[in-house]
Design a binder for this molecule. Structure first.
Ligand code: NAG
Ligand code: NAG
Ligand code: NAG
Length: 745
């Protein structure tokens, strides 16, 4: 939800300003280049390990390990470095493949010679304009690609420009100025501008000095401003809040409380400084470091022996042409996206009886991530982030850590994104794909002795996971799309990273007055409050069950009562099917005491028994927004007013919080589109599901949060004729490799 940059960069810049002037992004670029150089060095230093070549029958070194719990690793890179890909020579193979570096450079060239943009606009988003769905559906491997187009969002003189660039024709083919209230996703330049403006402000300087914090220890973040009425309309504003990084890399735990600078990004000026937390000490830095290399003593528990999956023949999945994932009975297209993070398209599953590859989902991705904090305080009320639309979940997804974020034999996929000058850059190893065996059971049955049978049948469950982790400032969001051979897709979101904390004068709960109402969260350390907050992740799920024309069916469980004398029973449950006619019928709030199943079916594709082929969305743990519907953040986050919505497919309705979400008033949200109450029966429909979390922090969340997860499933219902993994093979001892430890060999 926020970006940080250490102020030393800007201080250094200030010093250089008198001599040579450097562009604001030079340092960013410099650090990026430095990173790439280090990365390449690391690559050349450590040999790439090729999966599938290791012989598990011999006591090879990879089966041994030193005392890994206590041995400090010099660098995490020692473990395994994924193969790098040469993006410069990349060409698209599939209509949905993301723009390549060459294509992005071409977009840039076209825009730079586009007359209305003679004074260079700031580029906020460049992405493939996906071809019409009908085109993609009829495309087959080997066919020529449909025309490649790019959608570009640029800011010029405070206005948002939406462009369509035709790469084949080499020109801008459409150009519109958005008249709505919202602005595009922030760029890195916006963030550095905001920080520089705050840093060079004399009043801010005084406030920092008054708090006793050295300028060189400042680490600042840029919370988005949200929208709270006319005061800040018509200009792009952002907040700057700072922390002390003195003595810790985890500056998030050392807030300079109550000091908020509001910056006008485009005018590059301070709008307001609010400094109301002078009595609140900056929390101490001790015990906030979470890095392995600095931990002074081992964990008080019995150390675990090394554990890892062994795949001596390599993994069973294939990645074709860079983006097509094929595994077991699944095939889907996978790509990185600046805003959504990870996009799954054309997910198809092979019919276990006929071998037919059948469509399940045209496109699935996290469309918006709404995070309202529950504190009306002047320095907190605006913290109601829309992380996808304000910051982007792809650009904030950093390289995954091999063997820790993803197991051995993972395939790593890069993101190719665009900076504010329109230049492409590579986000290496941003997504990983791997097979998971977590010791779970695919299906089983045992007979008990009294049936006279000794049947023991069980099948192991192996799944395929596509994962990325967005670090949107302090928080880390781990997104998993997990595919099972029985046709189920589990979409899981894990939360980790740092709490957004508030400074307080209180050191322990005994000091907190009984009638206090400034405690908007829990004390998680001395002088540190973890403020109560929510997370809502809204998924766009364009289900296409055996084709595009689908219906949404609510299968409601209702209590039936027996007539007197009819049965010893008084009541029983009955499933009643209600086919949604219009969007109104498909706005669902989950209810424990009035439960339903939610099916997407293809009414014209029937099983041999006549049941329509379908998939159901199966909620797991969830949470609803309890904010007032007229509260400004909830107007913008109105797509969380229901857990399920269904809309007719419309190519432009992708982003639940609106295309231009920054500071928007909520006039372009899923809730607004749904108001049109369009027909959705036997139509191409999109299912929207919101996964929510309430978070009341506790001490275990300090200084870094153990991962908390929740998920939902997309599960076949009458899609297959019978259990699709009936004939799956069990595991046999002789088929599984065993690696001995060095001691036992
Ligand atoms: C802050 O103010 C002090 C004295 O008023 C000055 O020496 C210092 O350079 C200022 N720092 C910045 C970053 O402007
Ligand atoms: C979907 O239904 C529409 C009518 O609502 C029809 O025109 C169209 O041909 C159908 N498409 C398919 C693929 O069956
Ligand atoms: C598609 O959605 C946009 C945005 O909601 C709307 O303006 C447009 O009219 C829609 N198109 C159709 C065909 O409904």
């Amino acid at each position: 939800m926020i970006f940080i940059l250490f102020t030393s960069i800007f201080l250094q810049r200030e010093r250089e300003r008198e001599g040579e002037t450097m562009e604001s992004t030079s340092y960013l670029r410099f650090s990026f280049i430095l990173f790439i150089i280090l990365f390449l060095l690391a690559l050349s230093w450590y040999p790439l390990s090729k999966p599938g070549l290791l012989d598990c029958s011999q006591p090879v070194s990879w089966c041994t390990s030193k005392n890994r719990i206590y041995a400090k690793l010099g660098s995490i890179l020692e473990t395994q470095v994924p193969e790098s890909k040469n993006h410069l020579v990349e060409t698209p193979h599939h209509p949905l493949d993301p723009l390549t570096i060459q294509e992005i450079n071409k977009v840039r060239a076209i825009i730079s010679s586009y007359a209305p943009f003679s004074s260079s606009p700031a580029i906020h988003y460049v992405s493939l304009e996906e071809p019409e769905k009908s085109w993609v559906l009829s495309w087959k491997k080997g066919d020529p690609l449909p025309p490649r187009k790019a959608t570009v969002i640029a800011l010029l003189n405070g206005q948002s420009h939406l462009l369509l660039v035709d790469l084949d024709l080499g020109r801008v083919s459409s150009h519109a100025i958005d008249e709505g209230s919202g602005y595009p996703i922030l760029s890195m330049d916006d963030i550095s501008v905001a920080l520089q403006v705050a840093m060079s402000n004399a009043d801010f300087n005084k406030s920092i000095i008054a708090r006793g914090v050295e300028f060189s220890d400042l680490a600042c973040i840029t919370p988005s401003a949200g929208w709270y009425g006319p005061n800040e309309e018509g200009r792009r504003v952002i907040r700057v809040q700072c922390f002390s990084s003195q003595g810790t890399p985890n500056f998030y735990m050392r807030p300079i409380e109550g000091l908020t600078v509001t910056v006008d990004i485009d005018r590059k000026e301070v709008v307001k400084i609010s400094d109301k937390g002078r009595g609140i000490p900056v929390p101490k830095g001790e015990n906030t470091d979470y890095r392995y290399s600095t931990q002074e003593k081992p964990l008080e528990m019995e150390p675990l022996n090394p554990i890892s999956i062994e795949q001596p023949k390599g993994p069973s999945f294939k990645i074709e042409d860079g983006h097509m994932v094929k595994w077991a009975n699944w095939a889907f297209h996978l790509k990185a996206d600046h805003r959504a993070g990870m996009v799954i398209s054309r997910a198809m599953v092979r019919d276990s009886e006929t071998g037919e590859l059948r469509s399940v989902m045209y496109k699935g991705f996290s469309s918006e991530l709404f995070v309202p904090y529950m504190d009306p305080d002047e320095s907190w009320y605006f913290k109601t982030y829309m992380d996808a639309g304000e910051f982007g979940m792809g650009v904030t997804a950093m390289s995954l850590v091999p063997l820790n974020d993803c197991p051995r034999y993972s395939y790593y996929m890069d993101g190719v994104f665009v900076d504010s000058n329109g230049k492409p850059y590579v986000q290496p190893n941003m997504i990983c794909v791997f097979e998971r065996y977590a010791g779970d059971i695919g299906w089983r049955h045992s007979e008990t002795p009294f049936t006279g049978s000794e049947t023991r049948e069980a099948r192991p469950k192996v799944t395929l996971v596509a994962r990325m982790a967005a670090s949107v400032g302090n928080y880390d969001y781990i997104f998993d799309w997990e595919f099972q051979t029985d046709g189920l897709i589990r979409v899981k979101v894990g939360l980790s990273g740092m709490l957004m904390v508030k400074g307080t004068p209180y050191q322990n709960v005994y000091q907190v007055p009984q009638d206090q109402n400034d405690m908007t969260g829990s004390l998680v350390s001395e002088n540190v409050i973890g403020v109560v907050h929510d997370h809502f992740i809204t998924f766009h799920l364009d289900m296409d069950i055996d084709g595009s024309n689908n219906s949404f069916v609510e299968v409601n469980l209702v209590k039936e009562e027996t007539l007197p004398g009819e049965s010893p029973r008084k009541s029983y449950l009955k499933a009643k099917r209600n086919v949604a006619k219009t969007e109104n019928d498909a706005r669902i709030k989950l209810k424990l005491y009035d439960p339903s199943e939610f099916h997407v079916v293809n009414p014209s594709r029937r099983s041999r028994l006549g049941n329509p082929a379908g998939y159901k969305v199966v909620p797991a743990g969830n949470a609803a927004s309890l904010l007032d519907l007229h509260d400004p953040p909830q107007l913008r986050g109105a797509f969380t007013n229901n857990q399920i919505w269904v809309t007719p497919y419309n190519k432009t309705e992708q982003w639940a919080g609106g295309l231009l979400a920054y500071q928007s008033k909520g006039e372009d949200t899923l809730a607004v589109w749904s108001e049109r109450n369009r027909p959705i029966e036997n139509k191409d429909i999109v299912l929207w599901y919101t996964l929510g979390f309430h978070h009341i922090p506790c001490q275990e969340d300090f200084p870094v949060m153990p991962t908390v997860s929740s998920s939902f499933d997309l599960k076949p219902v009458n899609f297959f004729e019978s259990n699709p993994i009936l004939r799956a093979m069990p595991n046999f001892e002789k088929d599984l490799p065993v690696c001995g430890s060095a001691a036992s060999s």
